[in-house]
Write a protein that binds this ligand. Structure first.
Ligand code: ZN
Ligand code: ZN
Length: 301
């Protein structure tokens, strides 16, 4: 029932995400052409973010998930960071395009040509997006895929932005206050800039081999300390996250007289428990005799 989806299913969902994002962008662009509204233009450009995100998701599934090979012996996990940095750059370009257009419209306020038709067309795109985001959240939860659930929520926030834009346009139409249109567009642009910045920053930490979050670090230390009976000490624990993989390495101090086979058995036990509890764990353990003890680091209980 709650099976983890296979790669084929996930690939289909990722491909459908791309198709829907392109359709939504095209419909929103049509709404902009019909009205000349800068706010609708910004909403259409914002959809580029979703098109790119969906493409990156597909790349991640196809490249990052590839097993390690002779030329990439630690796997292909970082492929998604390259795509995400590119994504961040494109998002920032989209935001700047919107700001330029909004500035233009603030200088020379434009009357909207067919506001009602534009609002209707754009509502259609927003409904399509809302339906897809609900599907992603429900399907992702059922198949225990946090990435898909996160995508679903991301699209849901876009739906809220679009609703805000539509309400604003209705107000422009009802009140005739033309400056509201570029002001709305500028607000959307600032929101997009923020998304682009956050995304770029996250990818940079991945490329810079950032350590795992402190709660996962605590969990790793607890698992090591309660599963290393026979060993004396663990020190120099280092972690780095790369996409879905978590690289963990440490020194394991054992009594100098212990046989290699016994020390290896402790390592196997630690590798098994860490591999089971920490998702994506790749573990390397360096065994040392007691003369190397530092009397610091992780205590063995
Ligand atoms: Zn050491
Ligand atoms: Zn081994």
């Amino acid at each position: 029932m709650n099976a983890i989806p296979d790669r084929q299913q996930i690939t289909w969902v990722a491909a459908a995400s791309i198709a829907i994002a392109i359709a939504v962008m095209a419909i929103k662009y049509l709404a902009y052409l019909k009205t000349g509204s800068v706010a609708l233009y910004s909403d259409a450009l914002e959809s580029i973010v979703n098109v790119i995100t969906a493409v990156v998701a597909l790349i991640t599934i196809r490249i990052s998930a590839r097993p390690a090979d002779r030329r990439h012996q630690f796997g292909h996990h970082k492929a998604e960071y390259f795509s995400a940095v590119l994504e961040g750059a494109l998002i920032i370009v989209a935001a700047l395009l919107i700001l330029r257009e909004a500035y233009d419209a603030l200088q020379k306020p434009r009357t909207l040509s067919e506001p009602v038709l534009g609002i209707a067309i754009s509502s259609l795109a927003t409904a399509l997006n809302a339906g897809w985001s609900i599907f992603l959240i429900v399907w992702g939860r059922r198949h225990r895929s946090p990435a898909l659930v996160a995508d679903g929520w991301h699209i849901m926030t876009d739906v809220l932005t679009s609703v805000g834009v539509l309400v604003g346009l209705a107000l422009v139409w009802l009140t005739g206050w033309l400056l509201l249109d570029p002001l709305l567009a500028a607000a959307v642009a600032v929101n997009i800039l923020w998304t682009g910045w956050r995304l770029t920053r996250e990818s940079m930490s991945g490329l810079m081999d950032e350590a795992v979050a402190s709660d996962i670090n605590r969990q790793i230390r607890r698992l090591i300390s309660s599963n290393a009976d026979g060993a004396l000490e663990v020190h120099d624990l280092r972690t780095r996250a790369a996409g879905r993989a978590v690289f963990i390495e440490f020194h394991l101090v054992v009594p100098g007289q212990m046989s290699v086979a016994e020390a290896h058995a402790i390592c196997d036990r630690l590798e098994a428990v860490l591999g089971r509890e920490i998702s994506g764990a790749e573990i390397l353990i360096h065994v040392e005799p007691e003369g190397e003890a530092r009397h610091s680091g992780v205590l063995v209980l």
